[in-house]
Design a protein. Structure first.
Length: 210
């Protein structure tokens, strides 16, 4: 079955009964140079094409993380929308942004990141303006990603992986002084002030916290 939904932010196509081998072949054939992202959950393959309403908060969230790391004086390894997958779990996903923070030293010298041999990113960020057809919590849980930030264009939520389930939390695990309430305020302000003014304001806020 093929189901397609479209909005001003995202176009999603859902394919069912897709084998792991077909999923792997698709990834190899299309490579990294493409304008869409995928999520795979035990036979269900969702292909999402992001549009402006999706990409703008994605870019800003990446800049927020960079400012946090820079002002804290810590090293991070940005992995962007790299494909995170585990064959044994039959799950894979490409986040909007993901980062190695606490585990950065373990992957610093790696040219390739395979979750069969490397740790998962410490933080993944998902911008889902429209509802996904796959259970992303289940995918990220199987991949053992410790922390998720989810933003739907209006609401920002932080989640921490506790055993096999994600639990909503008030503060970031990777950046413990960052509360979801304060961070949400900066996401909201993307609609009211210019980008440079927003980033300058965010940097000042971070400096005031450390």
């Amino acid at each position: 079955m093929i189901a397609t939904t479209s909005s001003l932010a995202e176009q999603r196509t859902l394919l069912e009964n897709i084998s792991w081998q077909t999923f792997e072949t698709l990834l190899k054939e299309i490579g990294d140079k493409r304008g869409y992202r995928i999520a795979y959950d035990n036979g269900m393959l969702e292909i999402m094409s992001p549009l402006y309403e999706h990409e703008n908060p994605k870019i800003k969230s990446d800049r927020f993380i960079f400012i946090l790391a820079e002002e804290l004086g810590i090293e991070i390894k940005s992995a962007g929308s790299m494909t995170l997958k585990r064959e044994r779990a039959k799950k894979g996903i490409e986040p909007d942004n993901c980062y190695y923070i606490q585990s950065e030293p373990a992957v610093r010298d790696r040219e390739e990141l395979d979750l069969e041999t490397a740790p998962p990113p410490d933080l993944a960020i998902e911008i889902d303006i429209t509802s996904s057809s796959v259970n992303k919590f289940a995918i990220y849980s199987a991949l053992r990603v410790p922390e998720l930030w989810l933003y739907n264009g209006r609401v920002l939520n932080f989640y921490q992986l506790v055993e096999t389930e994600y639990v909503e939390c008030d503060f970031s695990i990777a950046f413990p002084f960052v509360s979801v309430a304060e961070m949400a305020g900066f996401f909201d302000r993307t609609q009211t002030i210019g980008e440079m003014a927003l980033l300058k304001s965010f940097r000042s806020w971070v400096k005031g916290k450390i």
